[in-house]
Design a protein. Structure first.
Length: 111
């Protein structure tokens, strides 16, 4: 004998197609019809919340030049390379590997 829960489950499955067919049918309009009704979409500008730069006196090239000069005073990127330091050299193992490969790298086997 079936329990109440099982009867409710069977009834739900039996009534599901009826509920689906009772949905309101959507109006179908020809997309090529210029007089077909359409929903209005409100326009919102992409610049709605735009705030201009607070420093309007400085043009981008002047800002870049000032930042570049500041990095020059620090002695390189964030002070990592001071003017008295030399460039780091590669370890002997890296130098041997680069000598083996040569300067030209063969990219023909990539594909």
């Amino acid at each position: 004998m079936m329990s109440t829960k099982q009867w409710l489950a069977v009834a739900a499955w039996a009534l599901l197609p009826i509920a689906a067919s009772a949905q309101q049918e959507q109006a179908k309009y020809n997309p090529a019809d210029a007089n077909a009704p359409v929903n209005t979409v409100p326009y919102e500008s992409a610049f709605k919340g735009f705030r201009s730069s607070s420093d309007e006196q400085a043009s981008p090239d002047k800002v870049w030049r000032a930042a570049n000069d500041e990095m020059g005073k620090l002695g390189g990127h964030a002070g990592h390379m001071k003017s008295g330091q030399s460039q780091p050299t590669a370890s002997p193992a890296v130098e041997k590997a680069s000598e083996k490969q040569g300067n030209a790298v063969d990219h023909s086997k990539h594909h």
